[in-house]
Design a protein around this ligand. Structure first.
Ligand code: DAH
Length: 348
């Protein structure tokens, strides 16, 4: 058994190294982790292994499984980087070159520019960027974060569920992630403290669109776990973030708020950049604007991530990116950001 495992390990590490495209990598992933994949097949044989041997083989199995998953993920990152670089070198034919009309240069979307700024900001504090899928399991998006089925908190995050009846999948509960918090369990499982990881990307909700809400939007999230991490770090990071992005005069305020996966949970407010905290139309007269949700990671979530809550504590913090972009640039309607209106987007 041990030999078989090691053979799979070697074989797949080599294959991962040799893959050249994301599609090949996906195939490899399925051959390894999919239903009837090599690991699944091997684990079916566990029932015939003597107990003594199983004690050794079990942990080895998990260790190798984790190693292979990490190596595939790393390779995915490398290939993405290569694709990105090759696209940067690609030369597009610009129509104005043919017509002789004055060339009008494009630029990155304001939300993308903003995302790049945030990532640089947190890289300075030693945070490393990671990724989580936009289509995820009910477990990763909800259950593991203390939001079981039928929990009233699900109403806050109503989303789009995927009909999987016609696909042979390991789980039939797939959905469009409602927040980047679906990355939390992966971050905790795949890293050892001290952990400083950030993630960002697209999220979805079953939501009526208005000037401040969209069904499709971006979030940014950080997870910081170490010995003696406390709410003070949360206050500091919130202020660091707001001051760097919105201006030195901005203050951060933590206000008690319920999120099932943190204890205590807080809403993070920034003093209103428009009226300097005096109260105006944008902040509904309060002088503050809620920008993020955060808190101390719940001991149950840490435990499920393989981290001992008696030894370590952590904070998690998630912010809506479009909301902050609106504030930064004084945009009144969030929907204009995805409008594709070049006259509007050209302003940034
Ligand atoms: N995921 C939450 C939401 O989208 C925001 C959030 C709250 C993120 C608390 C966190 C957190 O990391 O600790 O509404």
């Amino acid at each position: 058994m041990e030999e078989k495992l090691k053979k799979i390990q070697q074989d797949f590490l080599n294959k991962t190294k040799d893959t050249k495209t994301l599609a090949q990598l996906d195939e490899l992933f399925i051959a390894l982790f999919g239903k009837n994949g090599q690991l699944d097949e091997l684990s079916k044989q566990f029932k015939d292994v003597p107990k003594d041997e199983l004690k050794k083989v079990g942990p080895l199995f998990n260790q190798i499984k984790q190693q292979l998953e990490i190596s595939i993920n790393e390779k995915r990152g490398t290939i993405r980087k290569q694709i990105y670089q090759s696209l940067q070198n690609e030369k597009f034919e610009i129509p104005s070159e043919r017509t002789g009309r004055k060339e009008k240069k494009g630029h990155l979307h304001p939300v993308t520019q903003f995302e790049e700024d945030i990532v640089k900001l947190f890289e300075k504090l030693g945070f490393v960027q990671t990724d989580a899928p936009q289509i995820d399991t009910d477990y990763n998006n909800f259950e593991v974060l203390n939001i079981p089925e039928n929990h009233p908190a699900r109403d806050l995050w109503d989303t789009f569920y995927i009909d999987t009846t016609n696909y042979k999948l390991q789980t039939n509960k797939l959905l469009l992630r409602t927040h980047t918090s679906n990355a939390q369990i992966r971050i905790l499982k795949n890293n050892k403290p001290p952990i400083r990881v950030m993630t960002l990307g697209r999220c979805f909700r079953y939501e009526n669109a208005d000037a401040r809400h969209e069904h499709t939007f971006e979030q940014f999230e950080i997870v910081y776990v170490d010995k003696d991490v406390s709410m003070t770090h949360l206050q500091y990071l919130s202020e660091y973030f707001f001051k760097s992005i919105l201006g030195k005069g901005i203050q951060a305020r933590l206000r008690p708020k319920y999120y099932p996966f943190v204890e205590p949970g807080v809403g993070v407010d920034a003093s209103c950049a428009f009226c300097k905290g005096k109260g105006c139309k944008v902040c509904a007269g309060t002088g503050w604007l809620e920008l993020a949700g955060a808190g101390m990671i719940h001991p149950g979530v840490l435990t499920r991530g393989g981290i001992d809550p008696d030894q370590y504590s952590g904070i998690a913090w998630g912010v809506g990116i479009e909301r902050m972009t609106m504030l930064k640039y004084g945009i009144e309607d969030l929907r204009s950001l995805k409008s594709g209106d070049l006259k509007f987007l050209g302003r940034f």
